[in-house]
Design a protein around this ligand. Structure first.
Ligand code: ADP
Ligand code: IPE
Length: 252
């Protein structure tokens, strides 16, 4: 089994509210159709999730009644993004979307309960379950934002995949943010023991690249291979299943 994350930075334009990147979704769909192994796909929120989540301070938990409007609005926008993506994926593969808030409860932003049986059933039918970062109910905070990256950690514990691919909009992990520094260097192999990467400012309710690296560290400790690749480029997912690929491989 392979678990793939389609980062919100790749499938949406993160700077423009509610703007999908259809071309990237098509690139992903084409490659999924070429993979014989079973797949779980998880996608991020990008400008569909982070804008409303930030506006209503949803990741700080329940504080005031107006946030309920924000909770509904964020969920609505995430459903829209998921639906756009699912329609494109279904031209090439069979997918079944799963709404995180209907099967996951968190406690202090960590997954406490996860009813994962439907995911196994979908895989048994040869289809691809598609989960996504979402607003979820939290036993301590009332609710919170659960990132796709945290969902992937939990899926890793449950399904023990051979490999996880984090697809984003840059070629992998660099020594500093490649969007800010032209001289940033791509790190091809990274041990979780030497994690001292400059990730700059975080303008993302779920912690951006910093949050992603924290989850990756936990996943690698389970003994699972993790690659970070640029999912906006044609062929990169399939290449990462071969030895020669462009990206960062993380090992313990
Ligand atoms: P996604 O939405 O794809 O899951 P994020 O937006 O959270 O991912 O993180 C990806 C972004 O992290 C990139 O667009 C990049 O600008 C930023 N970033 C910051 N520091 C680094 C770094 N050292 N290496 C790679 N990317 C970095
Ligand atoms: C965020 O999920 C979901 C919401 C903001 C509702 P992610 O944290 O996985 O999204 P990206 O990949 O960073 O956009």
């Amino acid at each position: 089994m392979i678990i793939i994350k389609a980062g919100g930075s790749a499938i949406t334009d993160k700077l423009r509210p509610y703007t999908p990147r259809i071309d990237v979704m098509e690139i992903i769909a084409e490659q999924l159709a070429l993979i014989e192994d079973s797949i779980i796909l998880v996608h991020g929120g990008g400008s569909f999730g982070h804008f409303p989540a930030k506006k209503y301070k949803l990741n700080e938990g329940y504080m005031f009644p107006e946030q309920i409007k924000g909770f509904s609005e964020t969920k609505e926008k995430m459903e829209v993004l998921n639906n756009i993506f699912i329609k494109i994926l279904n031209h090439k593969v069979n997918t079944v979307p799963i709404q995180s808030s209907a099967c996951i409860i968190t406690k202090n932003k960590e997954i406490l309960k996860f009813f994962s049986e439907p995911i196994s059933k979908i895989i048994n039918f040869g289809a691809i379950p598609v989960l996504y970062g979402d607003t979820v109910f939290d036993e301590k905070l009332g609710f919170c934002i659960l990132s796709g990256d945290k969902i992937i950690y939990e899926l890793s514990r449950i399904f023990k995949p051979e490999k996880i691919i984090f697809g984003t909009d840059v070629d992998g992990i660099y020594n500093k943010d490649p969007k800010k520094y032209k001289d940033a260097e791509l790190i091809k192999e990274l041990s979780i023991k030497e994690f001292s990467i400059d990730i700059g400012d975080i303008d993302d309710v779920t912690g951006g690249m910093k949050g992603k690296l924290e989850e990756i560290k936990r996943i690698v400790q389970l003994g699972i291979e993790v690659d970070i690749i640029n999912i906006t480029e044609k062929g990169r997912i399939v290449e990462s299943l071969q030895e020669d690929f462009k990206g960062t491989r993380i090992f313990s």
